[in-house]
Design a protein around this ligand. Structure first.
Ligand SMILES: [Zn+2]
Ligand SMILES: [Zn+2]
Length: 259
């Protein structure tokens, strides 16, 4: 197995990213979701509220790979890859390559941040609209990872903007499981944290969320300092949101099916 071609492809053919990491940014960010936060506050309003609503059952770590700055090619890919009408092959390839490379290069950082062993289960945050069938991200990723899946089903009538412990029904969660929960886009985090609560209620001991793109709207005045601090960059295997000092990547930190 060689990861070099995947990283090379990411650096040559995929859209530029907006790397996450407070060490890189001259702007305050939320300690949970890395979104914009008022100066002097540790967490954003949404993460603070979710902590009140789901205390003790929230994700043990939330690790975004990149900011998804509205209007950029990367943010567009996060919608185009799952278009119900005509999913874009290039967007699907970019999202899959990024997720696999990140899990190989930084999975160990994520597990460490969540204080958990390598994951024993995989789950994907369902889309808010309750689209039928398997989630496009699960279809993309699950054939590549040697991880049994947990199912998360949206309960009828439970779409909302706040964390809702009853939004999802989780199944296939082994007692004491460590779950890798993947989300394509984090806006408020209500869906991902509701999914984490459902997984923990169903028996998961640990839940680590890997977010492909942390949504940022440049038109949101609260995001001004963060947007000003962001700069496009190519995928960097030596740096992620949770290890502040650049280091050389070691071997793959997650088992894959012959990537
Ligand atoms: Zn937050
Ligand atoms: Zn890392």
């Amino acid at each position: 197995m060689s990861w070099a071609p995947l990283r090379l492809w990411l650096r040559s053919a995929a859209p530029p990213l907006y790397p996450v990491g407070p060490h890189r940014l001259a702007a305050p960010v939320c300690g949970v979701c890395r979104g914009p936060v008022r100066s002097g506050f540790a967490r954003c309003y949404q993460c603070e509220r979710q902590d009140q609503l789901g205390r003790g059952l929230l994700a043990d770590a939330v690790v975004p790979i990149s900011y998804a700055l509205k209007g950029t090619a990367f943010a567009d890919d996060l919608w185009r890859y799952k278009s119900m009408v005509a999913p874009a092959a290039s967007a699907r390839a970019s999202v899959l390559a990024l997720l696999l490379a990140f899990l190989a290069d930084h999975g160990a950082c994520v597990w460490r941040q969540a204080a958990m062993p390598p994951p024993s289960r995989l789950a994907v945050v369902p889309s808010g609209c309750g689209r039928p069938g398997p989630h496009p991200l699960l279809q993309l990723v699950s054939p590549c990872l040697r991880l049994p899946g947990c199912a998360l089903a949206l309960r009828p009538g439970r779409q909302g903007r706040d964390l809702d412990p009853d939004r999802f029904q989780a199944a296939g969660v082994a007692a004491g499981a460590s779950v890798l929960l993947i989300d394509d886009t984090w806006v408020s985090g209500a869906s991902a944290q509701s999914a984490a609560v459902a997984l923990k209620r169903a028996g998961a001991r640990h839940v680590a969320v890997v977010v492909v793109g942390r949504h940022v709207n440049p038109d949101d005045p609260r995001a001004g300092p963060l947007v000003a601090a962001l700069a496009p960059a190519l995928y960097d295997p030596s740096s992620c949101a949770v290890h502040p000092v650049s280091r050389r990547p070691s071997g793959p930190s997650i088992s894959t099916n012959g990537i």
